[in-house]
Design a protein around this ligand. Structure first.
Ligand code: CAA
Length: 259
């Protein structure tokens, strides 16, 4: 018999909200949940009615990591041949639309890594981030040693990855991991509000802006600047560029049509 679905989705205007919903396991990211998450992300990315995606969990946990009980008995050949923590986990990194993580409670291990794959993190004041894998005799396996280091620098990344300690929302904001902290009760609404704002902008420009910022993690400064320049120039082929600049000159709001 099929298990219950582990994510909930809803639309709030042009924003799709995906809620991880496995409360008994603090949203531990098992195979089924990641499969469902990937499908939802691909579906909303392809839906022209959706401008942005908010990914969230519960008040208690965004996600407490990969499912330890599910993976504990796996062997190296099994995880290797299954590409465990491979493509299935990276679905969010292939989404072209903005993806905002609204993080409350625990974002640990794979939960922290999933949040870091999103474009930006809005944290509730009760959020706790960490990479506790070292306590399990392993290391982060979904980009934690890489994305965390790029986000917060070597000193704090080493501190977190080697000790497994958690950092609270204030520390995560100071360190540059999260974009904003808001009261717990407002975290999803704030993320949706941001998504709605993004929905009024030019979708091709937003997608290229994402691509260009992400390129900063992948390449040298000179190559990144060249990439940015070409992307900037290419946007002069869009109607939205003509509209955006005409609207400025005519002192009226722009109406972007995503082309
Ligand atoms: N996997 C499976 N089950 C988990 C889980 C996880 N990652 N995290 C929590 N749960 C389960 C618990 O086993 C418990 O289930 P039962 O009630 O059936 O015993 C339930 O969720 C509630 O958890 P706790 O009773 O432990 O709640 P707590 O408030 O006392 O502690 C916590 C909360 C500190 C988050 C603690 O649950 C914890 O340390 N969880 C594990 C965190 C972790 O190590 N994450 C990394 C996983 S490895 C990984 O993610 C690899 C990677 O890089 C992708």
């Amino acid at each position: 018999m099929a298990e219950e679905t582990m994510i909930l989705t809803e639309r709030q205007g042009r924003v799709a909200v995906i809620r991880l919903n496995r409360p008994k396991a603090l949203n531990a990211l098992c195979d089924q949940l990641m499969e469902e998450l990937g499908q939802a992300l691909r579906g909303f990315d392809a839906d022209p009615e959706v401008a942005a995606i908010v990914l969230t969990g519960s008040d208690r946990a965004f996600a407490a990591g990969a499912d330890i009980k599910e993976m504990q008995s796996r062997s190296f050949p099994a995880v290797y041949l299954d590409d465990f923590i491979g493509k299935r986990w990276e679905a969010v990194t292939y989404v072209q639309k903005p993806v905002i993580a609204a993080v409350a409670g625990f974002a640990l291990g794979g939960g922290c890594e999933l949040a870091m794959m999103c474009d930006l993190i809005i944290a509730a004041d009760n959020a706790k981030f960490g990479q506790p894998e070292i306590n399990l005799g392993v290391i982060p396996g979904a980009g934690g040693t890489q994305r965390l280091t790029r986000a917060v620098g070597k000193a704090k990344a080493m501190d977190l990855v080697l000790t497994g300690r958690m950092m609270d929302a204030a520390e995560a904001e100071r360190a540059g991991l999260v974009a904003r902290i808001v009261p717990l009760a407002e975290v999803v609404a704030e993320a949706v509000k941001l998504g709605e704002k993004l929905g009024t902008l030019s979708a091709p420009a937003l997608a290229m802006a994402k691509e260009a910022v992400n390129r900063a993690f992948e390449t040298t400064l000179a190559e990144g600047v060249k990439f940015e320049r070409r992307a900037f120039q290419s946007l002069f082929s869009t109607e939205d560029q003509k509209e955006g600049m005409a609207a400025f000159a005519e002192k009226r709001p722009a109406v972007f049509r995503n082309r």
